[in-house]
Design a protein around this ligand. Structure first.
Ligand SMILES: [Zn+2]
Length: 164
């Protein structure tokens, strides 16, 4: 994705109030992110660790989704796959992140949940080349497919938050 500004991020949210968007804390490494290798920007709020954010390019604009981790904070251990990257090798925790639906539906209390890496390492995960084998002789090819899969599943999740 292209580099975006803090202001663009704060005005991108479809399921957060203006004050929630104003109070969010940007990723610690925001000034040194490797934007070329990100399909979306996902991070946990450093000061509110049960809160996470996904900001993704969407038809030339940006869409942000605010997420909540389950109460108690204990993540699902790696017995489940992240629904976005589906990385089978990662040892990172996966959380059931919950997003308020956009618009009136969300204000009425409707939410959607999905399993996502607790630290949003998805974009890095899909870039790890798996060992070559008979079915997949070209690891670089697998990475291309994994990136495409991440993009389409992230778009699907966005569609669910938007109530599509
Ligand atoms: Zn993931």
């Amino acid at each position: 994705m292209q580099k975006i500004t803090a202001q663009q991020i704060r005005s991108s949210f479809i399921n957060a109030s203006r004050s929630e968007a104003a109070k969010l804390n940007l990723p610690k490494d925001f000034d040194s992110l490797d934007w070329d290798n990100l399909e979306f920007l996902g991070w946990r709020d450093e000061k509110m660790p049960m809160r996470g954010y996904l900001v993704l390019p969407n038809d030339g604009s940006l869409t942000g989704i605010m997420l909540r981790a389950p109460e108690g904070g204990s993540g699902k251990k790696r017995s489940v796959l992240c629904e976005l990257c589906r990385d089978v090798f990662s040892k990172d925790d996966v959380y059931l992140w919950v997003a308020k639906r956009a618009g009136q539906s969300g204000r009425d209390g409707n939410t959607v949940g999905t399993l996502i890496c607790a630290e949003f390492g998805c974009c890095a995960n899909v870039r790890k080349e798996p060992p070559a084998n008979e079915i997949n002789p070209d690891p670089a090819d697998v990475v291309v497919r994994q990136i495409a899969g991440l993009q389409s599943r992230t778009a699907q999740f966005l569609g669910r938050v938007q109530g599509k």
